[in-house]
Design a protein around this ligand. Sequence first.
Ligand SMILES: *Cc1c(COP(=O)(O)O)cnc(C)c1O
Length: 359
Amino acid sequence: MTIKNPTLIADIEKIEYNAKVITTLCQHYNIQVAAVTKGVCAEPEIAEAMLRGGCTMLADSRLENLQLLREQHFDVDHLLLRLPMISEIDEVVRLADISLNSEIATIKALNSAAQKQQTTHRIILMIDVGDLREGIWPETIHKILPEILQCEYIIFEGIGCNLGCYGGVIPSPENMGLLLQQKLMIETSYPISVNLVSGGTSTALQLVASGKMPKGINHFRVGEAILLGRNPVDRSPFPGTCQDAFIIQGEIIECQWKPSVPLGQIGQDAFGHLPVFEDRGIRLRAILALGRQDIAVNGLTPCDPKIQILGASSDHLLIDITETHHRYQVGSTISFFPNYAAVLAASTSRYIRKICINS
Ligand SMILES: *Cc1c(COP(=O)(O)O)cnc(C)c1O
């Protein structure tokens, strides 16, 4: 069976363009950009566009996605973003050139797996500079580093940090400086060089744009700013990029005039919320065959600004089309701009058709 609707449409040229804007900015500061593909389940055409746009690495949080990328034979390093699970360690060594790490037990397991496979594996040691997600506390570097250096099949590639994900901490000259101090400290205390200093995600780009990124940070892992042209700190547009590379389309399966307040006593909706309704009289309402199983409803913005989203259940999205000038009817498609969560959900849903276009 071929799915016609709903559809997630990705504009390859816009994604490549956004990648170009960001990698050009970063190149000025000697920062290389790893293309983070997890938001689109590593769709190969999108990954390729990000590489054409100047990204020099592919990065994803899931091994299934890295496997998909591997099958394309892109000639760049593949980076695993999520800390490896011990239970998948052989696949990590097989599929990722580099992984982010913070646990010596995991690094030792990577070492054994690499030895078994007669290869080496590169790691970036994650340091927590305040966001309280992954990373070792800076004071414990002296404990873990000598142990890492004893792992013969592990290549210590550098250090990195993650910000803005759990604690929402914004990259600053201070926390970036803290990361750089660790590089200096490691290089003066140990006979190794720290090649990569991975300063963060899309949220770090504003620091580069404002000229405040301390010199020495030379690597970023960027997803949202390339895919959607937005700064995740406040979702503001990133200067020079486009914000409309993705569109989600749903098809109208009912279109009728109805009251705006339900009749009868109101209990919980399908998702456990007690809905409230404003009486706006009789309205023209449309139901789309698109639901919470496929999309993050709160992450959709109708492309037609006169359309209002009323709500959604598992398989239905309700919209108010009274104010629009278009004559939508049963069978018409309605377009939305998805945010990052909605792109991720749509990419993951097997009930959504995915197509790539060139604008
Ligand atoms: C998801 C992720 C990124 C990319 O984040 P964006 O905000 O999309 O740029 C970078 N690093 C790690 C560790 C991640 O998990």
